[in-house]
Design a protein around this ligand. Sequence first.
Ligand code: PLP
Length: 391
Amino acid sequence: MAKNWKTKLIHPEVHAPEGFRSLADPVYRGSTVVFPDAASIRESWNPYKDGYTYGVYGTPTTLELAVRVCDLERGFRTHITPGGQAAISLANLSFLKAGDHILLPENIYGPNRKFCAQVMRRFGVEVEFYPAVDPKQGAAAVAALLRENTRLVWCESPGSITMEIQDVPAIAEAAHRAGALVFIDNTWSAGVFFDAFAHGVDVSVQALTKYVGGHSDILLGAITVLDEEAYARVASTHQIVGAVASPDDCSLALRGMKTLAVRLKSVEESALTLARWLAERTEIELVLHPAFSSCPGHEFWKRDFTGSAGLFSIVFRKQFTRSQVHAFIDKLELFAIGYSWAGVTSIVMTYDLEGTSGRPDYGSRLVRLNIGLEDVEDLRRDLEQALAGLG
Ligand SMILES: Cc1ncc(COP(=O)(O)O)c(C=O)c1O
């Protein structure tokens, strides 16, 4: 059929030569997926079984990221979501119903806590928090709180901000004995330093925003599961919730993954160097780095982890006031002040834990450091001059 030039803008008759083989992962954007004929039309959220049917259920770019994260986490299948918190919410929504009881550690990532305490409770889920300040007591605390209707137990190791390492295998054993599932926020380990599934976890969630992305320029999340049943459960909820990740962001995450190993190695070494140096400073009471014996649950890190990331916290001695801690942060030149972590830039953040339930009494003296890829001696000198400013 002869076409008007305007029609040809939409249905072109000319194409670039095929056969371009690039080292970069292509970006496939698309809502509509074109079927070859009417007989091929089908509606399925399972692209692994039925092929592609609609952009919401996956594009080659989102699924390429999914299979690679899954391989890294040694799972069965991975779902990609538009942010780490979206992965957390979707994991909760996929497995919970009214009447279920769930347990979360007191030190879990704040928005996960809020999602459960506010949204899941509103939908009839009984939400309870277990103590995590003393990781040696964690499994016993979970065992004591398990009920007949406990559907799942969340873990996060190290816990957000205060960095306690959990005895995940013991918690998993107690939870499984009671018929409950175990979910973990495995973001700190990047799915690399902690093999969640080998330690009894059933569902592993990661904010790919952090180490996989690695450059503070995307928001993505992942839910990795161990079997077809769990995959289908998350997939059907994912479809209805419509938490779709952008293929452009996924392509950046795929690029980030290629340098994950070298970035992790570098930030691990730099963080250890700086944490060692900070531990010697008279201003610092406590270094909350999982590889240090001063970090609660360090023995579980030693037993279960294969390395450490670039995120840790320090606690100033009691004589330092909130405004002195702020002055220290303001004086830093190389550390950006902001939320999030795991990018190439060093970041600093402080948290006021005064009166917070379930956290050690660090008051307003805790500072969290994300170590980036800057020269470690420059970072040390920056910390030194900021500490000197405290007088
Ligand atoms: C431990 C942890 N889990 C999950 C998230 C959520 O990730 P996102 O910011 O991509 O929603 C964060 C973000 O700070 C985090 O620190």
